[in-house]
Design a protein around this ligand. Structure first.
Ligand code: SAM
Ligand code: DTB
Ligand code: SF4
Length: 331
C-alpha cells in the first residue's frame, strides 16, 4: 500500500504508475483528499500569460508553433515595449489575476539590451503588487540573480517530457541543460514553476518518468503546469490525436498526490475542454489556470477571461489572492 498525502522525494516510477492506473474514481477521490488536506479547495490561482516576444525561436521543440524552422501561421513579434507590457499587467490585475507571467520565444537569455528591458518590465509589474513570473529559456545563475533582484517571484522552465523521450521531441538542447537552469533558478532563491506536456506520443511510463523527475527534486517545484499538447499546424506533431480528458485528469491527480504542497496548473489544452471536463481536473487537484488577456495562451487559443470567471463562479471557486497583496493588506 502506498501511503498518500506525505511530502516525499523518493518516488519510484512503478509507484507513480500504480497511482496513475488506479480505477479512475478511486484515483480522483484520493487526489481530492490529498488536495483538501494541503490547500483551500475553493481557491484557484489565476496566472495571466503574455507573450512578450513571439516566434522566430532557433530551437526545434517539435510541439512549438514558435520555432522558426516550422512553417506555422504565427505572427513574429519582437520584444514588446515596456509600457505595453505594463498596461497588460494592469488590466490583468483588474481582472483578478494574482500572477503575471511574461514569456519569450528565446532559447536562452543573453546579456543584452533586451534583457535590460525585461528587467524593467519585472520591476514595473512587481510594483503593481502582482507576483511576477518569467519564462525566457535557459538562464545562468547570474541572470537568475539579476531577475530576482529586480523583483521576479517565479521562473517557469518546463522539463516537458521524460528524460528518455526528450531527444525524440527536441534535439537542439539536452534534458540536463533544462535541469541546470532549474538549479540556477533555485540558487537565486526564486520560486520554481516546472512541469511538462502530455500528448507528444509518449507512453504512460514517460509521463510518470517526467513526474518522478519533478517529484524527486530536492524541493518540489512550487507550481507544476500540466499542458496538453496544443496542436499547431506546421509543426511535426500537428497530426497527433487530441489528448483524452481522462488522461489529463489522471495526470493532474498523480501530480497532486506526488507533490501535495505544489500548485498544479491546468495549462494548455483548456480550450478543448468543456467546463465539466475542467471541473474534473479541479476535483482531481488542479488549483491554478493560465488566462490570456487576448484569449490566447501564447500563440494558440485559450478561453476568454470573462468565460473563465463565469466558470469559477458556476463551480463555486474563487480567484486566489496574491501572496503579495495579502501581505500588503495585512500590514
Ligand atoms: N522559450 C522558453 C522555453 O522553452 O522555456 C519559454 C516559452 S515556452 C513556449 C514554455 C513552455 O510552453 C514549453 O516548455 C512547453 O512546455 C510549453 N508549450 C509550448 N508549446 C506548447 C504546445 N504547443 N502545447 C503545449 N505546451 C506547449
Ligand atoms: C506552460 O507550462 N504553459 C504555458 C507557459 N508554461 C509558458 C505555455 C503554453 C503554450 C501553449 C501553446 C502556445 O500557445 O504556444
Ligand atoms: Fe523556443 Fe520555447 Fe518554443 Fe522551444 S518551446 S521552440 S525554446 S519558444
Amino acid at each position: 500500500m502506498i501511503k498518500l498525502g506525505e511530502l516525499r522525494h523518493d518516488w519510484t516510477k512503478e509507484e507513480l504508475l500504480e497511482i496513475y492506473n488506479k480505477p479512475l474514481l478511486e484515483l480522483i477521490y484520493e487526489a481530492a483528499t490529498v488536495h483538501r488536506s494541503w490547500h483551500q479547495p475553493d481557491e484557484i490561482q489565476i496566472s495571466t500569460l503574455l507573450s512578450v516576444k513571439t516566434g522566430g525561436c532557433p530551437e526545434d521543440c517539435s510541439y512549438c508553433g514558435q520555432a522558426a524552422r516550422y512553417h506555422t501561421n504565427i505572427k513574429v513579434q519582437s520584444l514588446l515595449p515596456t509600457d505595453t507590457v505594463l498596461q497588460h499587467a494592469k488590466k490583468a490585475k483588474e481582472r483578478g489575476a494574482s500572477r503575471f507571467c511574461m514569456a519569450a520565444a528565446w532559447r536562452e537569455v543573453r546579456d543584452n539590451r533586451d534583457f535590460d528591458r525585461i528587467i524593467d518590465m519585472v520591476k514595473g509589474v512587481n510594483e503593481m503588487g502582482l507576483e511576477v513570473c518569467c519564462t525566457l529559456g535557459m538562464l545562468t545563475e547570474d541572470q537568475a540573480k539579476r531577475l530576482q533582484e529586480a523583483g521576479l517571484y517565479a521562473y517557469n522552465h518546463n522539463i516537458d517530457t521524460s528524460e528518455e523521450y526528450y531527444n525524440s521531441i527536441i534535439s537542439t538542447r539536452q534534458f540536463n541543460s533544462r535541469m541546470n537552469t532549474i538549479q540556477n533558478v533555485r540558487k537565486a532563491g526564486l520560486s520554481i514553476c516546472s512541469g511538462g506536456i502530455i500528448g507528444l506520443g509518449e507512453t504512460p511510463e514517460d509521463r510518470m518518468g517526467m513526474l518522478r523527475t519533478l517529484a524527486n527534486m530536492e524541493k518540489h517545484p512550487d507550481s507544476v503546469p500540466i499542458n496538453a499538447l496544443a496542436r499547431v499546424k506546421g509543426t511535426p506533431l500537428e497530426n497527433l490525436p487530441k489528448v483524452d480528458t481522462w488522461d489529463m485528469v489522471r495526470m493532474v491527480a498523480t501530480a497532486r498526490i506526488a507533490m501535495p504542497a505544489s500548485m498544479v496548473r491546468l495549462s494548455a489544452g483548456r480550450i478543448e475542454m468543456s467546463e465539466i471536463e475542467q471541473a474534473w481536473c479541479f476535483m482531481a487537484g488542479a488549483n491554478s489556470i493560465f488566462t490570456g488577456e487576448r484569449e490566447t495562451l501564447l500563440v494558440t487559443p485559450n478561453p476568454g477571461v470573462t468565460e473563465d470567471m463565469e466558470m469559477l463562479q458556476n463551480l463555486g471557486l474563487r480567484p486566489m489572492v496574491s501572496k503579495k497583496t495579502a501581505a500588503c493588506s495585512n500590514n
